[in-house]
Write a protein that binds this ligand. Structure first.
Ligand code: ATP
Ligand code: MG
Length: 571
């Protein structure tokens, strides 16, 4: 491709609202432009890379035995009502009406549509298993679109769905797709990890996320030497040992005046006790009912764990009004002592770590007052203890008891074993060998193709621009002619024709621009190999060859260049 015939507008500066390296570089290198918050246009160079990634995914999905389909982006509400997600998906689901007033949504994912599709045609175990996939636009009205195409509202996804007659077959498909994902992300050149994940709004039995390791990642991963690796949204924590004390150690509960002590830090300082001895009382609304969770002052509650524990569809933190109504205490001053006697029907839960406290501190259920010397078991008993804590430094692996290590990651893919969640609610059944009607067992598998591209940049760039891993680079090689006419141009044209005829995909900078501009653009765009033809070396029959990301260029004869390119590009 001659740059004079291409549409590749590069920019010296990124726009001010580009908030992450990959977004800045994607805009500066002419891959994307912003249309609206979380919505982007893709330029030819961006499209070319997106298609490379798409092809890797397509090849691996086909190899696994999946079949490509194309599903609608505008989906009827009726299907989403059947699965009950019309009510539970929340505001991320963009709902629209057609001219007749009928409800539709713009696809954030496609479980409903694909389940309905398979339901129309599959009636016997003989037609199963089958795995269908598509590439397509998804829309999620994210609360805070950010990081360019990484957390966009409109994005490009590869989504596959498997349908099986038996649990064994469903597990086999899960394993097959897991392996396909491993191959895809290896081929993209990533440093990545598969991690155990929460099943979120998609639901289902179990799931893995594929995380590209990068400091800019929104997700936190906990890893252990024993192999247990998980998203901290889900990380299970080994329950701590109960506090060891004798009755003689326990002091009597006492009320103390704590004016305006609204935070744990302030309270701990004021009372001169360690913050982990304070018991926080967190109030939630789960499917309209109040739920209380007690946590140590220093620990963060993991709402995903809580939601799962309660099997709730909707979980919300209490508003101040709800808190006060449900605890009859001002915000920050509710406590568990005597709580069950007053509110017998309110669920009172406690994190496992609360058991490590004795002679602790909690709210007294009245303004500006706390209780000291409170001990669980003696002064209050929750309905249940469980693991509600967000994993943090020092927490121990539930499998082997060693402390976790933490790293950050970008979730590029997510696989779920769905079980019968959608088939049962939508009536996608089949007749088994004994003529018994059963719901189909499903799995679903999604890759954010556009996010993969941004993640590749996060993982591979320097101060000057992008450094593409070869398999997803937009071009095999960039050729630069330092003159736009005369001998240099002639020789460069000749090399361009030769290499193109050999099947190499070349970006040829034949513009009438200063060398500095050409070099800067080449670094920004990030094609991994660069060949420069200039007036200085040409008379000696030599060219400059440079690998993007390496400091020094090599001076090669034409024969040496030829040998080098053969070595690099013999497939
Ligand atoms: P996240 O936790 O990042 O919101 P998710 O769990 O909602 O992701 P899935 O529903 O599993 O994501 O979607 C499959 C894939 O689609 C994700 O692994 C991710 O690569 C991509 N994806 C999800 N949301 C977005 C988004 N807002 N912008 C770009 N890609 C996205
Ligand atoms: Mg999401």
């Amino acid at each position: 491709m001659k740059l004079t015939n291409y549409y590749l507008p590069t920019l010296k500066e990124a726009p001010k609202d580009a908030d992450i390296i990959s977004a800045k570089l994607m805009i500066r290198a002419g891959l994307i432009r912003k249309t609206a918050s979380g919505i982007y246009e893709w330029l030819p160079l961006g499209m070319k890379i997106l298609k490379k990634i798409e092809n890797i995914i397509r090849e691996e999905f086909n190899k696994a035995g999946c079949l490509e389909v194309w599903l609608p982006v505008i989906q009827p509400a009726d299907l989403w009502q059947q699965s009950t997600r019309w009510d539970y998906y929340g505001k991320e689901l963009l709902r629209i009406k057609d001219r007749k007033g009928a409800d539709f949504c713009i696809a954030p994912t496609a479980e409903e549509v694909i389940t309905d599709l398979v339901k129309k045609d599959v009636s016997s175990y003989k037609q199963l298993p089958v795995c269908l996939y598509q590439f397509g636009t998804k829309f999620r009205d994210e609360i805070r679109p950010r990081f360019g195409v990484m957390r966009a509202r409109e994005f490009y996804m590869a989504d596959a769905y498997s349908f099986s007659a038996t649990d064994e077959s469903a597990n086999e498909w899960y394993q097959k797709m897991y392996e396909a994902y491993m191959r895809i992300f290896k081929r993209c050149g990533f440093a990545f990890r598969p991690v155990e994940a929460d099943t979120g709004a998609i639901g289902g039995n179990f799931s893995h996320e594929f995380m590209v390791l990068a400091q800019a990642g929104e997700d936190e991963i906990a890893t252990c030497d024993c192999g247990y690796t998980s998203n901290t949204e889900k990380t299970e924590i080994k329950a701590p040992d109960q506090a060891v004390y004798t009755d003689a150690d326990l002091k009597p509960v006492q009320e103390v005046n704590t004016p305006n002590m609204h935070t744990v830090e302030d309270l701990a300082k004021f009372l001169k006790v360690p913050a982990e001895k304070c018991i926080k009382m967190m109030v939630y609304k789960a499917d309209e009912k109040p739920v209380i969770v007690l946590m140590r002052g220093t620990d963060e509650l993991n709402e995903i764990k809580l939601k799962k524990y309660l099997n709730a569809n909707v979980l919300e933190k209490a508003t101040p009004e709800f808190y006060e109504a449900q605890t009859q205490s001002p915000v920050g001053f509710a406590g568990p002592v005597g709580f069950k006697q007053k509110f017998a029907n309110t669920k009172l839960l406690a994190d496992n770590y609360v058991k490590t406290i004795f002679n602790g501190v909690c709210g007294a259920c009245k303004a500006d007052t706390h209780l000291i010397n409170v001990t669980p078991g003696r002064d209050f008993t929750p309905d249940a203890y469980a693991d509600f804590k967000l994993a943090a430094t020092g927490d121990l692996c539930p499998k082997c008891g060693k402390p976790f290590n933490f790293m950050r990651g970008i979730e590029v893919g997510h696989i779920f074993k769905l079980g019968t969640k959608y088939s049962a609610s939508m009536g996608a059944n089949f007749l088994d060998e004994n003529q018994k009607t059963k719901p189909i067992i499903m799995g679903c598998y999604g890759i954010g193709v556009s996010r993969v591209l941004a993640a590749a940049i996060e993982q591979s760039h320097d101060d000057f621009g992008i450094i593409w891993p070869s398999p997803i680079s937009p071009f095999d090689l960039e050729l630069i002619a330092l003159d736009s006419e005369g001998e240099v141009k002639q020789k460069a044209d000749e090399i361009y024709e030769q290499l193109t005829a050999r099947g190499l995909d070349i970006l040829y900078d034949d513009r009438d621009e200063r060398p500095g501009v050409k070099f800067k653009d080449a670094d920004l765009i990030g094609v991994p190999y660069r060949v420069v033809i200039g007036r200085k070396l040409l008379p000696e029959g030599k060219v400059e060859f440079k690998i993007r990301g390496q400091k020094d260029a090599q001076i090669l004869t034409f024969a040496e260049l030829d040998a080098k390119l053969k070595e690099l590009f013999t497939k």
